[in-house]
Design a binder for this molecule. Structure first.
Ligand SMILES: NC(=O)C1=CN([C@@H]2O[C@H](COP(=O)(O)OP(=O)(O)OC[C@H]3O[C@@H](n4cnc5c(N)ncnc54)[C@H](OP(=O)(O)O)[C@@H]3O)[C@@H](O)[C@H]2O)C=CC1
Ligand SMILES: O=C1O[C@H](COP(=O)(O)O)[C@@H](O)[C@H](O)[C@H]1O
Length: 593
């Protein structure tokens, strides 16, 4: 037999590789990481709620059907491109579908009469039900102190449900079917026997299933988290399936209160069962951050101090604390938004590539970023508070005009913070975070400003404002989700004139269909046991260690916030803070930014 030539060998090797490449290209690869977690088993006495099952399922329509609806996905949902993509995500994240044919799911909304439940939880559960993402044997139990019958509860919920896409099929019928699965149980938050009767009622709707899986959503003030966790664990936990508990923020007010809360909760719940929610992690563009970085060759090599001048994470709302002043005044904007939502974004943005997409691997990398942050001092922070303003047509109230706020409150409704990550990748790069209420616009975005082009051939054509001519990547989280890259481009035509323009991926132009609400995504993740987008205890520990000293200093020294008018761009001090680090806020560069 003739010896193969070296080029022939290479050809053979390339041919052998082709099926593998094809499989990757067409998403047929199967070597996906397995979700880790304890196995199902019966709950031994004196242990926390039963451990979470190692099963994750996302949009596996073949095993999920709804009352009166076909289990065939094609007949239950419109062929929306975004929904289809969501379904395939289960393969990417290495998810083993749970067999729901013999299992029931009960979701207990504790604090069922509250604002969050009504605004977010019921609409999200309905959307998941509508789209066919919930198991066939599924019920919602509202639990709170308020007295309500099942019928009154259904009326209460129905006021908050909408058919997001009016042309969708049979929304009214589906809503009715959904409401029939909603039941209400009145009880006290620290009363085990009330939880025991709730459990008996749940057993009634779960009865013919081999496994009863239960989710407890703690949509209540944090002061009663531990009572509820203890009662649910001891008196209402399922012994034939898993029990998972969603804990809402705030997770404490500072390091000490967080540690106390955490230690109290751990007496009733294992880490595995706890799903600490930060709804910003459920937003489409935040989930996409890891994809953008690690699935594109063009970004990751630039993702460091070598090319990035600064990173800005900006949150602004064009309304004040109206209605939530009582809560807000206890916390302030740093605890309400920066210490959690914005810091979580920074940790995802700045982390090293995780070993896999497994939740623990991702969170291991995030926590390293948080623990590498330089300690904050008052020089790194500017705080503000909005004041009232009269316009031609109306009078916009100041923070202190809110009747639920103490008249002399120094609570910051605005803050900007300069963070530094002391590691090899980010040394010296300012991460500027800004959050405020009652500002000029509602937006949340990440802005990545790149360095100047060294020895730029076109510097004479760029005008005096060289900063304006540096590349900027903008990830607009909301509203109008988009990713765009500002580049310098020749203005078409004769001559050589440059201008800044955008490579623009605006979602509404590029993708069909609707984007799921963050709560929808996160509740579904809990059903599926997927913890990637939930916060681990050590992340919170690191976050509180970072912010507690300055929060204390602000309160103890009674630092007076700089006033800014309702509807403005915030206090001037915020610009000085940025300027000190050689930065201009990207959202202020121009209206078209
Ligand atoms: N609302 C929102 O937009 C957001 C809320 N969150 C968090 O979600 C959780 C729930 O928020 P939200 O729905 O606004 O809260 P609410 O103040 O509306 O409280 C929820 C329910 O808890 C019960 N409750 C209220 N105060 C007390 C109290 N002092 N002692 C015992 N029970 C009480 C009430 O039910 P009843 O009297 O019937 O028992 C109430 O309906 C909180 O932890 C909050 O921080 C997080 C992000 C956004
Ligand atoms: O957690 C919170 O978030 C909201 C903003 O959430 P969004 O999804 O509407 O952007 C904020 O208004 C609230 O103060 C805070 O507690």
């Amino acid at each position: 037999m003739q010896a193969p030539t070296s080029s022939g060998l290479i050809r053979q090797q390339i041919q052998a590789l082709r099926p593998v490449q094809q499989a990757w290209l067409h998403g047929r690869h199967t070597s996906v990481p397995k979700h880790r977690g304890p196995r199902l088993g019966t709950r031994p006495p004196h242990t926390p709620l039963q451990a979470a099952a190692p099963t994750i399922q996302k949009g596996s329509e073949s095993s999920i059907s709804q009352d009166g609806a076909s289990s065939d996905a094609a007949s239950t949902s419109d062929p929306l491109m975004l929904d289809e993509m969501d379904t395939t995500a289960s393969t990417v994240y290495g998810i083993q579908p749970e067999d729901w044919s013999h299992a029931a799911l009960s979701v207990v909304v504790v604090g069922a009469s509250g604002d969050l439940a009504r605004k977010k939880i019921y609409p999200s559960l309905f959307a998941l039900y509508y789209e066919g993402h919930l198991p066939e044997h599924f019920h919602i139990y509202g639990y709170a102190r308020s007295k309500m019958s099942d019928t009154e509860f259904r009326e209460y919920i129905s006021g908050s449900l909408t058919c997001r896409l009016s042309e969708k099929d049979k929304c009214g019928d589906k809503m009715e079917m959904f409401l029939q699965r909603c039941l209400y149980h009145a009880g006290q938050y620290a009363n085990k026997s009330d939880f025991a009767t709730l459990s008996e009622r749940m057993a009634g709707t779960e009865q013919d299933r081999q496994r009863a899986n239960r989710i407890f959503y703690l949509s209540i003030p944090p002061s009663i988290f531990t009572d509820v966790a203890a009662c649910a664990s001891e008196a209402a936990s399922s012994v034939s399936g898993w029990n998972r508990v969603i804990v809402e923020k705030p997770f404490g007010r500072d390091l000490a209160s967080f540690q106390e809360l955490s230690s109290e909760l751990s007496k009733s719940l294992s880490e595995d069962q706890m799903y600490r929610i930060d709804h910003y992690l459920g937003k489409e563009l935040i989930e996409n951050l890891t994809v953008l970085r690690f699935a594109n060759l063009v970004f990751e090599p630039l993702w460091s101090r070598q090319y990035i001048r600064n990173v800005q994470v900006i949150f602004s709302e064009d309304f004040g604390t109206e209605g939530r002043g009582g809560y807000f005044d206890q916390y302030g904007i740093i605890r309400d938004v920066i210490q959690n939502h914005l810091l979580q974004i920074v940790s995802l943005f700045a982390m090293e590539a995780p070993v896999s997409l497994d939740a623990e691997d991702i969170r291991n990398e995030k926590v390293k970023v948080l623990r590498s942050m330089r300690a904050l001092s008052m020089d790194d922070v500017v705080i503000g508070q909005y004041r009232g303003r009269k316009t031609k047509s109306t009078k916009l109230p100041g923070y202190l005009d809110d009747k639920t706020v103490p008249p002399d409150s120094l609570c910051p409704t605005f803050a900007s913070v300069a963070l530094f990550i002391n590691n090899a990748r980010w040394d010296g790069v300012p991460f500027l975070l800004k959050a405020g209420k009652a500002l000029a616009s509602r937006r949340a975005e990440i802005r990545v400003q790149f360095r100047h082009v060294p020895g730029n051939l076109f510097r004479n054509r760029l005008g005096l404002d060289l900063d304006r001519a540096t590349n900027e990547l903008v990830i607009r989280i909301q509203p109008d989700e988009a990713i765009y890259l500002k580049i310098n481009n020749k203005i078409p035509g004769l001559g050589l004139n440059l201008d800044v323009t955008k490579l623009d991926l605006t979602y509404r132009d590029r993708f069909e269909g609707h984007l799921p609400d963050a709560y929808e995504r996160l509740i579904l993740d809990v059903v599926n046991g997927d913890k990637r987008l939930f916060i681990r205890n050590d992340e919170l520990d690191a976050a509180w260690r970072l912010f507690t000293p300055i929060l204390k200093e602000i309160e103890e020294k009674k630092v007076v916030p700089e006033l800014y008018p309702y509807g403005s761009r915030g206090p001037v001090g915020s610009h000085y803070l940025a300027a000190k680090h050689g930065v201009r806020w990207g959202d202020n560069l121009s209206e078209e930014s």
